[in-house]
Design a protein around this ligand. Structure first.
Ligand code: MSP
Length: 510
């Protein structure tokens, strides 16, 4: 991604409303938020989209089981997703719901465009269907016991007269697209997976359902509704004005990043670009597929009863503690195991100790030895290189969507600052009457804290803003502009310092 690019559009998957939000959903959504905040810090014009996927058989059945109309059910769960994201300080610019009129209208225009391109055909179809996936499987794709390979649940034999999307026509075009755009699917292993799948031959897929009514009717045959994935994927376009506001759509499309879990890679990297090509639209610039958060070695799911609600962890570790954990603890790509003990240990080590202690030591000493105001920051202090490396490392990692690498780069600056304090012992300097030397050391450390607060703000926005305030800085870190603001020497001398309570109180156990 060229760093000078100023328009930046990033999306999460839209989540199914038959489930309640859990930490797996939060994982993708926090990652998108960190990326969005990072790009806004660079002055980019950012659009961060999330939302809910509200159609399909699964939702219709879930509503029937509870004796509700589908709209009632989706209103409830969509609100739960929204309030979860608000509670996690997710700065989404838009929240799209596929039951909204703006989405319906756009999907219908899109369907018509694909139909007019000759890519949709009526056929009779019989196959094995997993309602949880909303997808048909062939015998050889099923798990050894004949179950859905993802949910390990029985599949249903369904027979319908459906419209088909002629995906097979797009094999060559997709391969050419991925040939020309090596970064269009990341990481590399996922790209290889996608290429392998396309090379294995693409089958046309059924893109309408007659048996259900909860969906977007096909404009040329309203007895059918669009297959839920066909409608859901289009949220990325309908949210930015497709059909309704061509100028706005042209501004945002194509998307920079679709962040998705590996379970839905095929939909995003095979079906979706082909659908877009059919309607004469550009494919996404990059689909980035991350691994699963596992609990006890297994993917979280309703049926396994191993889901963890974000609110339970926020109660113990705070919003910033929650966000930090999922960004720092595992690489954004492979699967990773979640454990409460590991979360508590990392919280204490990285946030309570490294971040929190460093901040309170430096602020306390600043208040005691520098008369409570920021001393002059030396232009050539010994932390200058560590600060430059923190920005460079963070930026490089963020460009690769390596959130763990980005946090490590910032925490390296804290480690260097802590080591410097131990080495120079400002308290001893002050005792020995070396007030100037003590002030020099503390000036360096306070400046390192400013840069840390700034670079860490996308991940821990609340603690960063509080530290910013205690350093006597106006506004919030979000108001600063990178990369300039990360340059050494930005902390104004003479501003009042404030000690304050621990930014991350130590976690002593439940
Ligand atoms: N509605 C579809 C997506 C349509 S996008 C056009 C869907 N929804 S979902 O609710 O099942 O959410 C899937 C996404 O949630 C995954 O791709 C992933 O981003 C996130 N996760 C859900 N469980 C997860 C884990 N256990 N671990 C990591 N991410 C997980 O599929």
């Amino acid at each position: 991604m060229p760093p000078e690019m100023s328009r930046f559009y990033v999306t999460t998957p839209i989540y199914y409303v038959n489930d309640v939000p859990h930490i797996g959903h939060a994982y993708t959504t926090v990652a998108g938020d960190v990326l969005a905040r990072w790009r806004r810090l660079h002055g980019d014009d950012v659009h961060y989209l999330t939302g809910t996927d509200e159609h399909g058989l699964k939702v219709q059945r879930a509503a029937e089981a509870r004796g509700l109309a589908p709209q009632q059910l989706v209103d409830e769960t969509a609100a739960a997703f929204r309030s979860t994201w608000d509670a996690l300080d997710i700065t989404y610019d838009d929240f799209i719901r596929t039951s909204e009129p703006r989405h319906h209208a756009a999907v219908q225009q899109f369907l018509q465009a694909v139909y007019d391109a000759g890519d949709i055909e009526l056929r009779r179809y019989e196959g094995l269907y997993c309602v949880a996936c909303e997808a048909y499987y062939t015998d050889d794709e099923l798990a050894p016991g004949g179950e859905c390979p993802i949910h390990l649940r029985p599949v249903e034999r369904m027979s319908e007269e459906n419209y088909f999307f002629r995906l097979s026509r797009y094999e060559e075009r997709l391969l050419a697209h991925y040939e020309a755009n090596p970064d269009a699917v990341r990481p590399e292993t996922r790209r290889n997976e996608v290429l392998g799948f396309i090379r294995g031959g693409l089958r046309d897929f059924s893109m309408s359902r007659r048996s259900i009514s909860w969906g977007v009717p096909l404009p040329w045959d309203p007895e059918h509704v669009a297959y839920v994935w066909f409608d859901a994927l289009f949220n990325y376009c309908s949210a930015v004005g497709y059909g309704a506001d061509p100028e706005r759509f042209a501004h945002w499309w194509p998307v920079d990043y679709h962040l998705v879990g590996k379970d839905i890679l095929r939909f995003h990297a095979v079906y979706w670009p082909a659908m877009l090509m059919s309607a004469g639209l550009e494919p996404p610039t990059c689909v980035f597929a991350h691994g699963w958060l596992l609990v006890g070695g297994e993917k979280m799911s309703k049926t396994r009863l191993n889901q963890i609600a974000p609110a339970d962890l926020v109660a113990d570790f705070g919003v910033d503690g929650f966000r930090y954990h999922f960004m720092a603890d595992q690489r954004f790509g492979p699967d990773g195991d979640f454990s409460y003990e590991a979360m508590a240990a990392r919280y204490n080590a990285d946030l309570a100790n490294n971040f929190g202690n460093c901040a309170s030591r430096v602020l306390n000493m600043g208040v005691s030895y520098c008369a409570g105001t920021v001393p002059d920051v030396r232009a050539d202090g010994p932390l200058v290189d560590a600060a430059a490396a923190a920005y460079a490392g963070c930026a490089e990692a963020m460009n690769r969507l390596d959130f763990a690498g980005a946090t490590t780069a910032v925490w390296d600056l804290l480690r260097a600052t802590n080591a410097y304090i131990e080495d120079r012992q400002p308290w001893a300097l002050s005792k020995q009457g070396e007030a100037v030397a003590a002030a020099e050391v503390l000036g360096d450390c306070l400046e390192a804290l400013r840069i840390t607060a700034l670079l860490a703000s996308p991940v821990i926005p609340n603690a960063a803003a509080e530290l910013w305030r205690r350093l006597g800085l106006p506004g919030r870190p979000e108001d600063a502009r990178l990369p300039e603001a990360a340059a050494w020497g930005g902390l104004p001398a003479g501003a009042p310092l404030e000690k304050g309570a621990a930014l991350f109180p130590r976690w002593e156990g439940a």
